[in-house]
Write a protein that binds this ligand. Structure first.
Ligand code: UGA
Length: 429
């Protein structure tokens, strides 16, 4: 099949590369000349394990073509996926301006029969706006069906999530569109949910908000465990073994971040409010998430007392491991709160320092965890990178001014570190 993706962020780029690898001819439309030229050379703007190789292979095989031009790709395509960003507006809603703008460009260039499907996360009801634009701007004699096909991939494991998803959701109301979308997913072995547009759009927000809820629940249990002297990790393991609850997304930490959960929880609260429903459960999910970051700072104060003249070393800046993404990373809030109280910050992250430099000021970036430890009064672990799991703590202790650790991702054996002379605080233990 011939497919076009509009947008080359995580969703667009990864899904396009996977569909090209399945043997389809795939165009990806962007709007920045430099980026498109780089992509055609196999230079990708994000770090995602395995993606650069996959893009290079499929560009070389001429199955993956990056372009600025709607005129060649759209008329040639059986399916067009909209995969552009939907950032949060000041009022907490999703900003749909790019989605609507590209819908018009797609419509104007349609030829024959085409399915236009939204992969971007869009509020329930967006389909009506996009369908209206497609109808208004499509040339006479063309036929178009709309669909909503939300994406569930995670950064860091995006390729395998795309090839092995838990389900494929297809919101399409015409049989022809359903069949085209089932055909394009035929190499993927996953259950398919066929439904209407509004339901498909809501599934995406409901899924992300529920996962965020699980994380906030884990953080609340962690907090209570600290007060009650219980071990949150055992409590969460104990509840996670119940298949009705499940053991995934129950790791307490510095709070969820990234470009999706914070934005989507906010958007669902806002969608509910616009429809006269106060989703107070999700408001609490957000509050607990903010509290998780403040709690790290509270623990730092508990160890150090007065912050004046103190240096804290931060290990991990990205919002999670295996990505260089700093969007809404807990490290930003934690570092800002500490800096406001006069703390000097040094930090290391294996992949995200370049992105961190754009959003964090007055941080001394170091080239490894040992340099960060050097002269520090406290080390705080904020991202669960594998390479932080096996550190030489005897060396770290020698280098630190005072041997204090806040393990924001529960990576270490606290008892062992305490025996080695560290003051150690984890999350919920
Ligand atoms: C999330 C969803 O998991 C994807 O299904 C969805 O497609 C994507 O958003 C999206 O809407 O595009 P992502 O943001 O890439 O994916 O990363 P996650 O692995 O979900 O992690 C999100 C945040 O939750 C991270 O800050 C992570 O550290 C945190 N987290 C996750 C925890 O604090 N505890 C956990 O147990 C799990």
């Amino acid at each position: 099949m011939t497919i076009t993706f509009i947008g080359h962020g995580y969703v667009g780029l990864v899904t396009a590369a996977v569909f090209a690898d399945f043997g389809n001819k795939v165009y990806v439309i962007g709007h920045t000349k430099d980026k498109i030229e780089n992509l055609n050379k196999g230079i990708i703007p994000i770090f995602e394990p395995g993606l650069e190789e996959l893009v290079k292979e499929n560009v070389a095989a001429k199955r993956l073509i990056f372009t600025l031009d709607y005129k060649i790709s759209i008329p040639d395509s059986d399916i067009v996926f909209i995969a552009v960003g939907t950032p949060t507006t000041k009022t907490g809603d999703a900003d749909l301006s790019t989605v609507l703008l590209v819908a018009e460009q797609i419509a104007k260039n349609l030829k024959g029969y085409t399915v236009v499907a939204t992969k971007s996360t869009v509020p329930t009801g967006t389909n009506k706006k996009v369908r209206r634009i497609l109808e208004e701007f499509r040339p006479k004699g063309t036929e178009v069906d709309y669909a909503s096909v939300p994406e569930f991939l995670r950064e860091g494991s995006a390729i395998s999530d795309t090839v092995h998803p838990d389900r494929i959701v297809i919101g399409a109301e015409s049989k022809r569109a359903q069949e085209a979308l089932i055909k394009v997913h035929k190499q993927i072995n996953a259950p398919v949910i066929l439904t209407n547009f509004d339901t498909a759009e809501l599934i995406k927000y409901a899924a992300n908000s529920f996962l965020a809820l699980k994380i906030s629940y884990a953080n609340a249990i962690a907090k209570l465990s600290e007060i009650l002297n219980a071990d949150a990790l055992k409590v969460l393991e104990g509840i996670g073994m119940d298949k009705r609850i499940g053991d995934k997304f129950l790791s307490p930490g510095p709070g969820y971040g990234g470009s999706c959960f914070p934005k989507d929880v906010k958007a669902l609260i806002s969608i509910a409010k616009d429809n006269d429903y106060q989703f107070s459960l999700l408001e609490d999910v957000e509050n607990i998430n903010h509290q998780a970051k403040r709690d790290i700072v509270r623990k730092a104060r508990k160890i150090l007392g007065d912050f004046r003249g103190k240096r804290i070393g931060i290990l991990g800046l990205a919002y999670k491991a295996n990505t260089d993404d700093m969007r809404d990373a807990p490290a930003i809030d934690v570092i800002n709160l500490l800096q406001n109280d006069g703390v000097k910050i040094s930090a290391f992250d294996p992949k995200s320092i370049e992105n961190a430099e754009r959003v964090l000021k007055n941080v001394e970036y170091k080239k490894d965890p040992y340099e960060v430890a050097s002269g520090a009064d406290l080390l705080i672990i904020l991202t669960e990178w594998n390479e932080f799991k096996e550190l030489d703590f005897a060396d770290i202790k020698k280098k630190m001014k005072s041997p204090n650790i806040i393990d924001g991702r529960n990576l270490y054996d606290g008892e062992k570190l305490r025996k080695e002379g560290f003051t150690y605080i984890g999350i919920g233990r």
